[in-house]
Design a binder for this molecule. Structure first.
Ligand SMILES: [Zn+2]
Length: 93
């Protein structure tokens, strides 16, 4: 699988470390009433079949945090943006 890093160009997947679902939103409150939201944020993850946005660290290249959008069934890569650009776009790639 090849990943189109926005800084380095197209690179092999072995240069990247993946760290899970990028679409999960961190709760904004530390209020004890929001503990269920924190539990979901920390422990519960979906395992979708199809399009999936995933954090990736380009450890073997520019060392930037990225979000790779790919198909979990076919491994087709739709795109790759910096984590900052992904956050600015409201969690959409
Ligand atoms: Zn890179």
């Amino acid at each position: 699988m090849l990943i189109p890093c926005p800084h380095c160009g197209t690179r092999p997947v072995e240069e990247f470390t993946f760290l899970g679902d990028a679409s999960v939103k961190r709760p904004t409150s530390n209020d004890p009433a929001s503990m269920d939201q924190w539990f979901d944020y920390v422990y519960l993850r979906d395992n979708p079949k199809g399009r999936f946005d995933e954090y990736a660290h380009h450890a073997g290249g520019c060392r930037a945090w990225l979000v790779v959008s790919r198909n979990t069934a076919t491994h087709e890569v739709y795109g790759c943006v910096t984590a900052r650009d992904y956050a600015k776009a409201g969690g959409k790639s």
